[in-house]
Ligand binder design. Sequence first.
Ligand SMILES: Cc1cc2nc3c(=O)[nH]c(=O)nc-3n(C[C@H](O)[C@H](O)[C@H](O)COP(=O)(O)O)c2cc1C
Length: 433
Amino acid sequence: MSEHLQILLKDIKEPDLHTLEGYEKRGGYQTIRKVLQMDPLKVIEEVKASGLRGRGGAGFPTGLKWSFVPRDTGKPVYLLMNSDESEPGTFKDRVLLEKNPHLCIEGMLIAAWALQSNWSCNYIRGEYAYPYERFNNAVKEAYEKGYLGDGVFGSSFKHDMVTHRGAGAYICGEETGLIESLEGKKGQPRLKPPYPAVVGVYGCPTVVNNTETLATLPWIMQHGGSEYAAIGTEKSTGTKLFSASGHINKPGVYEVELGYPILDFIKNECGGILDGKELKCIIPGGSSVPVLKADELEGVNLDYESIQAAGSMLGSGGFIVMDETTDMVEVALNLAHFYAHESCGQCTPCREGGHWIEKIFKRIAFGQGTERDMDLIKDLCKQIGGHTICPFGDALITPALSCMKKYPDEFKIKIERALNGNPVKATDLHYTF
Ligand SMILES: Cc1cc2nc3c(=O)[nH]c(=O)nc-3n(C[C@H](O)[C@H](O)[C@H](O)COP(=O)(O)O)c2cc1C
């Protein structure tokens, strides 16, 4: 594996890092002490200078988002850490919550000071029982030490932090779905604008940031925004966590500087393709982004601009690798099943269309496809894309369209076999749901 600067995963293998003592032994909670002496607006300027972009998927500049929060409205400002992490292929925040929860807390405190927020919450995915326990224990330790609560670190700043465990819904990762859920309602996204920075939890200004985004802040505030901006590329600064899975020898979570070549990442970090097989394609940023074929990866780097120019997105960094044996009809079906199941049901095109798409992919996969099925799916996708309250509708159609666009013959062969009376047998598939 090549050497990469480790901002987030440094010391991650130390068995006591998750304890307050283990974290402080390695310099933890020093930066927040310094930050509490700074003008909060200067902190925002420093984060802007770092070029840090949100690691939750959209890549929105963090400092800029904070600057949208209105000050002196008389209303409290809330800070939410988004640890919902339910996008298929994404499991990077989990590592931070489990192994370095105090880094996340220090990051939250830095953001809280910048925003002058006295209350924050970490919204953790329901299935993350162990990360929840680890994070909660860290919060307790921080309270006991006086790092949270009234007079944080002996200052006059008050900050309370709670942990909220979701119930296992992917849509609660969408920031306004998360806010609704936190308020005790169904996790159904709100129309935007207004954006949460202005109207969020209980109508108050609210900043929602991803776990990795917030965990990066202690390093930025320790070393300075310009030092962070010098890492990576001009527009994609810093390092990023990638959770690598699929047909590779070394699945896991890796931290690399943005701008690192994808093919090097597959070879060096992922350890190459399993059983010496050929690479077929990847999904670079979690299941909601388009597939990139092996022959499209030459010269493409792990950064926002390079992946976009290649026709996909960096997203959350959920890096899924598929080898030559992968059946793309099954990939499309598997993901369609996920999205149909996870639709919150609020918007008709998504609630109904998701199931229709799954149903059609299922009949193609099971040897009952008809001549018009691919056009039918494309037509359905047109009715869903851009016609829903939140981007879930677009997330749903992306894998469906991209699998069919990149590998049309795999769909056509199955359909032709069905039409010629030689259908694919169910036993040839991996379909288990
Ligand atoms: C369907 C859907 C699911 C999402 N899931 C997550 C998630 O699990 N974690 C996350 O940080 N952001 C998720 N997002 C993005 C959030 O809405 C939001 O942009 C993000 O939390 C902002 O933090 P950042 O600016 O630090 O990236 C999701 C968005 C959508 C549309």
